[in-house]
Ligand binder design. Structure first.
Ligand SMILES: Cc1cc2nc3c(=O)[nH]c(=O)nc-3n(C[C@H](O)[C@H](O)[C@H](O)COP(=O)(O)OP(=O)(O)OC[C@H]3O[C@@H](n4cnc5c(N)ncnc54)[C@H](O)[C@@H]3O)c2cc1C
Length: 382
């Protein structure tokens, strides 16, 4: 029987890959066992989904296989995670019961289009990898009419992504010479484009989309979808093609667990600990408050940073160095303009006075940095 500590990581996304790889740098396989469990066997950087929609990528050349983690001496088990027994320190999956010494919950958020009546029947899920090719086909076929991009609830992952989708779709339609025949509208439940990035950045994002004739509808809370019709709390609107960012909820076993305390998500502090000894939570499955009204946004770059924080804290526990690392909240999300340039929303969530957010100018160099961001992750994690 193995006597070395076992770190079990639930979810092989941004957070799970970050914590596992960082731990493997600190411990050789003879002194630490690391296992990732995920129901799917691939990883993709979220923003590549928009490149599949605009036809510059395929699913196959945007993904890495979690099975390749064996090269890094990280075990991968493909299974559905069904339950966590915090007292017995074990996880029940569709295949097995697995014990842990340290547990990292990095299961992301679940997309729940079923929460908006009519959405599944009449619209597409912009974030669902299974629908990307169909969305692309519809965008290649559409000749005229109205495209609606609808953010159905807050918070959702990658706050700039729906705006970026508008700009990339604008670009596709311009290239086809039919942009003036199609109206693109974006609907958002919040009063400003991106509350997570603050009012100044929100204003700049608004200017960016409006400069491409995208119509922004604020404070638009979607209730129901009918054939060609969006029914909001206060008004109705028509569409020919609906691309929605569905409600985000915590995975079922998390919101039914003792850990769920912030509408189903796990509330953490900057040390990413939970109330159970040696159990940590990171990424989109968590809520990390910054101020009374602001939390760390759901984005890969923050899940990655929290993963690195947890790796340091587990390392310190195993090596008994007694150091506690707090997550620094520094990161950035790209927003592509559709004109071969991109800007970066730079974020310093826990900067000394108040959270800092800043939008850099739109440049070709930033677009190259976005490609590099993806390449770097796929290279260092696989
Ligand atoms: C279109 C789009 C663009 C984006 N652009 C950016 C960007 O530019 N920058 C950025 O930083 N972020 C971006 N994101 C957001 C980013 O992808 C997420 O925030 C990030 O993946 C969160 O990481 P995570 O580890 O918390 O969760 P995830 O990466 O979602 O990983 C969770 C994993 O847990 C697994 N899982 C969940 N439940 C179970 C279960 N019961 N059993 C087994 N496995 C389970 C899932 O299969 C998944 O692999 C984008 C997202 C989208 C959709």
């Amino acid at each position: 029987m193995s006597t070395i500590p076992h770190v079990l990581v639930l979810g092989g996304g941004f957070g799970g890959l970050s914590v596992s790889n960082e731990l493997r740098k600190n411990f050789d396989p003879a002194s630490l066992k690391i296992t990732i469990i995920d129901k799917k066997d691939w990883f993709m950087v979220g923003f590549s989904k928009l490149w599949i929609i605009n036809g510059t990528r395929t699913f196959e050349n945007s993904t890495a296989s979690l099975k390749d983690l064996s090269k890094k001496n990280i075990d991968f088990l493909q299974a559905e995670i069904l339950n966590i027994d915090f007292q017995q320190k074990s996880v029940i999956t569709s295949n097995d019961k697995i014990s842990y010494d340290y547990l990292v919950i990095s299961m992301g958020s679940r997309l729940a289009p079923e929460r908006i009546p009519g959405l599944i029947d009449h619209g597409y899920n912009l974030y669902d990898h299974d629908q990307l090719l169909e969305i692309r086909k519809r965008l290649e076929e559409i000749q005229s009419g109205k495209i609606a991009i609808c953010i159905t609830s807050m918070p959702y992952k990658c706050p700039p992504a729906p705006y970026e989708a508008c700009l990339l779709i604008d670009s596709m339609l311009r290239k086809r010479g039919i942009r003036d025949k199609i109206e693109i509208s974006i609907y958002c439940p919040a009063p400003i484009t991106m509350p997570a990035a603050g009012s100044e950045v929100s204003k700049q994002i608004l200017e960016m989309v409006e400069s491409e004739s995208v119509i922004f509808h604020n404070s638009s809370k979607l209730k129901t979808v009918e054939n060609g019709k969006l029914i909001f709390e206060n008004f109705e609107s028509n569409f020919d093609l609906l691309l929605a960012v569905p409600p985000h909820i915590a995975p079922k076993l998390i919101y039914e667990s003792e850990l769920a305390n912030d509408p189903g998500f796990i509330k953490i502090d900057r040390d990413c600990k939970t109330k159970f000894e040696n159990v940590y939570a990171i990424g989109d499955v968590t809520v990390l408050p910054v101020t009374d009204s602001m939390t760390v946004p759901k984005a890969g770059v923050f899940a990655e940073g929290e993963g690195m924080t947890v790796a340091k804290n587990i390392t310190s526990k195993i090596k008994q160095t007694n150091e506690l690392t707090l997550y620094d909240g520094i990161g950035g999300c790209f927003i592509e303009s559709g004109r071969e340039t991109a800007s970066l929303i730079e974020v310093d969530m826990f900067s000394q006075e108040k959270p800092m957010t800043r939008l850099t100018s739109s440049t070709e160099e930033n677009l190259s940095k976005k490609f590099e961001f993806e390449r770097e992750r796929l290279t260092k994690w696989f």
